[in-house]
Design a protein around this ligand. Structure first.
Ligand code: 6PG
Length: 484
């Protein structure tokens, strides 16, 4: 196929996200957008509803490809999984070397590694691109995290920059790294999103259950917090959700929503990947587990009568408690992001990606679900010290946690005394104390492992590995690694 069409970019898959992305692309100077959907009704609906977009619409994938100018560039916006594979193989058949296939779905990065390798062998570029911001973001300006080759980004970059959210004049898109780097970073974004949402939910639960505020009052508190260092999209929408009154019952909507949280899987992927990489992501993991726990109605029903605190714990100064919760939320959020960026560093090392952490924080300042003023602080921290070993050790964050930690400790201990579950708050504090501890009980774990499994241990005072003859005279021998 050598003749080329007029469209510089195409979208395959016209459900809400795909349609909104196509409309966003068409609204930008210099873009002519080709569109195709397996069922043509959806294509006709989009072109009928948006004639102003000037879409180049096709009802067969062959016509769609023919409508693209070279290097043909198409963004796939279909359900992650088999649907994506089907479209990739169709496009690989019809595209030519140098053309660019973009998967804009939430694909697992290891699938993207596999797909990119297979497609690259044909000379065609394959780009896994994380697109964050939901349906509104797709239409008005998402944060975009493309991987793939530098060659592909020469063509694709300017197109994505034309539709991305913009903060301080900078589009929220960057070439994250090669092959699966984009989908990897989007996965970490989602993991952080889970932690952020769980932390906010725990703050709400504390203000409700411990201090007795109503959803409307808590909405007001969140709106006030949104004017400060916690300013973020998630805090903003939380206030909106808490303000909402259910039309049927007149009760706060949050009180009629079933308390069983769903999950499409990206948070689980983040935790599984972090475990494989050996990176603690306790805040993200507790957020995933909290969703799992909430979705166990039989176990919860059977346990609802289990005994709680024997002595009552109550909030004496509500205003002071609100400030304590705000500071505990901010400190826990710092830990969750610090852990998320640790996972990015470990992933980059494992998969040989050159990921610029400051650039990732910068493109997360707008368009995506975790967008927040706080990301400016992370951008600054990495600009000041790109080799930062732990975000929480950056001066700004060290000071922020120093200011917050007494409140953080009061909130976590108060929650425990009140019997209010705060898995993300408390695991983040435990991680923080583990990170800063001079000595950890891991020394005892090494002794236990050596006792029952002769797994050996190192010493603080001399080189080498050692084993104690526990079942014999308990002398210590030097070994060269464990014999098990
Ligand atoms: C985004 C969101 C999005 C997310 C869905 C559902 O960046 O726009 O993170 O990609 O996958 O909102 O996520 P869960 O069902 O896993 O909560």
């Amino acid at each position: 196929m050598s003749e080329t069409g007029s469209a510089n970019i195409g979208v395959v898959g016209l459900a809400v996200m795909g349609s909104n992305l196509a409309r966003n692309l068409a609204s930008r100077e210099g873009n002519t957008v080709a569109v195709y959907n397996r069922s043509p009704e959806r294509t006709r609906l989009l072109t009928d509803e948006h004639p102003e977009a000037g879409f180049v619409a096709s009802e067969t994938i062959e016509d769609f490809v023919a409508s693209l100018k070279t290097p043909r560039t198409a963004i796939i916006m279909v359900q992650a999984g088999k649907g994506t594979d089907a479209v990739i193989s169709q496009l690989t058949e019809l595209f030519e070397p140098g053309d660019i296939i973009v998967d804009g779905g939430n694909a697992l990065f290891t699938d993207t590694l596999r797909r990119e390798k297979a497609v690259r062998e044909t000379g065609i570029n394959f780009v896994g691109a994380g697109i964050s911001g939901g349906e509104e973001g797709a239409l008005k300006g998402p944060s975009i995290m493309p991987g793939g080759s530098a060659e592909a980004y020469v063509t694709l970059g300017p197109i994505l920059e034309s539709i991305a959210a913009v903060v301080d004049g900078v589009p929220c898109v960057t070439h994250v790294g090669t092959d699966g780097a984009g989908h990897f970073v989007k996965m970490i974004h989602n993991g952080i999103e889970y932690a952020d949402m769980q932390l906010i939910a725990e703050a709400y639960d504390l203000l409700r259950a411990a201090a007795g505020y109503s959803p409307a009052e808590i909405a007001e508190i969140f709106s006030q917090w949104n004017a400060g260092e916690l300013e973020s999209y998630l805090i903003e929408i939380t206030a909106e959700v808490l303000k909402q009154i259910d039309a049927d019952t007149g009760a706060p909507l949050v009180d009629v929503i079933l308390d069983e949280a769903g999950s499409k899987g990206t948070g689980v992927w983040t935790v599984q990947t972090a475990l494989d990489l050996g990176i603690p992501v306790s805040g993200i993991a507790e957020a995933v587990f909290a969703r799992s726990l909430s979705s166990k109605p039989a176990q919860r029903q059977a346990s609802v009568g289990l005994p709680g605190p024997s002595t009552a714990w109550s909030v004496s100064d509500k205003a002071a408690f609100v400030e304590d919760v705000r500071l505990a939320l901010y400190a826990s959020k710092i830990i969750a992001y610090s852990q998320g960026f640790d996972a990015i560093v470990a992933g980059a090392e494992q998969y040989n990606w050159n990921i610029n952490k400051g650039d990732i924080a910068k493109i997360w300042r707008g368009g995506c679900i975790i967008r927040a003023q706080f990301l400016n602080r992370i951008t600054e921290a990495y600009a000041e010290n790109p080799g930062l070993v732990a975000l929480v050790t950056a001066p700004y964050f060290t000071d922020a946690v120093a200011t917050a930690q007494d409140s953080w400790r009061r909130v976590v201990s108060g929650a425990a005394l009140a019997g209010i579950p705060t898995p993300a708050f408390s695991s983040s504090l435990a991680y923080y104390d583990g990170l800063r501890a001079k000595r950890l009980p891991a020394a005892l774990v090494q002794g236990q492992r050596d006792f029952f499994g002769a797994h050996t241990y190192k010493r603080t005072d001399k080189e080498g590995t050692f084993h104690t003859l526990w079942s014999g005279d308990r002398t210590e021998i030097a070994t060269e690694g464990s014999s098990h």
